[in-house]
Design a protein around this ligand. Structure first.
Ligand code: IMP
Length: 504
């Protein structure tokens, strides 16, 4: 006879946290959201940690380079989508890794023999009025000067017959930083010489990057940013269990910090084979998460296979129709609780702590806190990030409202059959995801700031200052269907501010 689980599978909206004692020390500014990203032995530090417990979903509509940089600035990690060619995924990883925090590659470059008309054209294209003059006109050419719109008066010169080299500030008169200086050293030079930007050059006078005064100030506003040892943003990538032998080396070469096998169902021999290949070829130096699973059996299998973290969730994603199409899955809250039990047991028996990622189905910000309380170490979000400016999906207007397009990896639009692959012929036979719209919500920084503030406040209500403490000490209650309605505004007529302000 089939095995029947005793409890129904439940979702986050069915639970609430019951406050614990809040002492004078339990204030939001003291809450640490630092959390392990990869497995570690008891008493040791993980090789990679997140400063905030958020990662962005391995999806075409979510994790592109711009969002990856914005999220790493806040302390989280993006997993760049794998449903694209190896070359274009590697280019995206390279783009993130070349955006060194505070050091930016020069996007406005011109040759000394170009005309002032060319300078104006380039300014219109890039919107930047300061340009590097390099011997070959490329961003990594030999720096011979800088030209800005203050160097000539458009109305007084013959734009077509005046050369950049006659108007630029030549290299001898420039203040430059040497490659290898730290951001704060670069900033000292900027202040000492009252500059707006500092070109950084290597020993051959080749241009490496710029440090802009305004970017440094912005950098100071992101104390949680997640950087590697060379001060580059940390970034991950989704891979599949078909072409990993070509994809992984190319992505490593591009600078990828961590991988995840992106699959809707990860309790499979294909995942074990993929991890084994990584271990055989790179040992433990290459980090790889696996999933998705929804019970202890799936967790133990991936733990034994050597996964660095395990991802939980089948069928809970906002765009997901896997449960309807295939009848597989489990409520996300129950799945997280059950997998966390297996993880804790594994830790007790082996002394190896494997971080868990709760993936999909987060609707309210407090669902993230619940996922953490239930044992997840971080969450993965698709819909949440798809709403932001930095996501690679388009803004459109629908019935007069600004929306962003959001489509599942299993939709006909993404055609990511590798994610749903169970062996056999490599093609998509039916859809497991939909194509949809989500409301446009502005910048990632503003939204993530607000979300984290809510998480910190809830943790203070629970009297805890770290995620590990929350996992140990949280008190959780199930809510009855009747009491759910008590949770929102009820038995009042909510005032419509828009109507009132129109009426004056
Ligand atoms: P969301 O945060 O609720 O939008 O869920 C995002 C998660 O849904 C992703 O991280 C994937 O695990 C999962 N997902 C992405 N695309 C699909 C799909 O087409 N079908 C089913 N699940 C999907």
């Amino acid at each position: 006879m089939a095995y029947f689980f005793k409890e129904p599978s439940r979702t986050f909206a069915e639970y609430l946290l019951v406050p614990g004692y809040t002492g004078p020390e339990d204030t939001p500014d003291k809450v640490s959201l630092k959390t392990p990203l990869v497995k570690f032995k008891k008493g040791e530090e993980p090789a990679l940690s997140l400063n905030i417990p958020l990662t962005s979903a391995v999806m075409q509509a979510v994790s592109g380079p711009e969002l990856a940089v914005a999220l790493a600035k806040e302390g989280g990690v993006s997993f760049i989508f794998g449903s694209q060619s190896i070359a274009s995924q590697a280019a995206m990883i390279r783009e993130v890794k070349s955006t060194k925090a505070g050091f930016v590659g020069s996007d406005s470059n011109i040759s000394p023999k170009a005309t002032l008309r060319d300078v104006i054209k380039l300014r219109q294209q890039t919107g930047h009025s300061t340009m590097a003059v390099t011997e070959n006109g490329q961003k990594d050419g030999k720096l011979v000067g800088i030209i800005t719109s203050r160097d000539f008066r458009e109305s007084r010169v013959d734009l077509d017959n005046s050369l950049v080299e006659d108007y630029m500030t030549p290299y001898e008169n420039l203040v430059v930083g040497k490659d290898g200086i730290t951001l704060s050293e670069a900033n000292d030079i900027i202040w000492d010489h009252k500059l707006n930007q500092l070109p950084i050059v290597d020993e051959n006078q080749q241009l490496v990057a710029f440090v802009f005064r305004k970017d440094y100030e912005q950098h100071k506003e992101h104390p949680q940013e997640l950087l590697d040892s060379q001060k580059r943003f940390i970034v991950g990538a989704g891979i599949n269990s078909r072409d990993y032998k070509e994809r992984v080396p190319a992505l490593l070469e591009a600078g990828c910090d961590i991988f995840v096998i992106d699959s809707s169902e990860g309790y499979s021999c294909w995942q074990a084979e993929t991890i084994k290949w990584i271990r055989d070829n790179y040992g433990d130096s290459v980090k790889i998460g696996a999933g998705n699973v929804v019970d202890g059996d799936g967790f133990r299998f991936l733990a034994e296979a050597g996964a660095d973290f395990v991802k939980i969730g089948i069928g809970g994603g906002s765009i997901c129709i896997t449960r309807e199409t295939k009848g597989i899955g489990r409520g996300q809250a129950t799945a997280t609780i059950e997998v966390a039990k297996a993880r804790d047991e594994y830790y007790k028996n082996t002394g190896v702590y494997i971080p868990l990622c709760s993936d999909g189905g987060i609707v309210q910000d407090y669902h993230m806190t619940l996922a953490l309380a239930f044992g997840a170490d971080f969450v993965m979000l698709g819909r949440y990030f798809a709403r932001f400016k930095e996501a690679p999906n388009k803004v459109v207007t629908v019935n007069g409202s600004y929306m962003k397009e959001y489509w599942g990896e299993g939709s006909a639009r993404a055609r990511n059959w590798q994610r749903y692959d169970v062996g056999g012929e490599g093609k998509m036979t039916f859809e497991e995801g939909v194509d949809s719209y989500v409301p446009y919500a502005g910048s990632l920084t503003d939204n993530v700031g607000l979300t984290l503030s809510k998480i910190r406040h809830t943790m203070c209500n629970c009297g805890v200052l770290s995620i590990a403490q929350l996992q140990k000490e949280a008190k959780v209650t199930l809510v009855s269907s009747v009491s759910i309605s008590e949770g929102g505004a009820h038995d009042v007529l909510v005032r419509d501010n828009n109507v009132e302000s129109r009426q004056g």
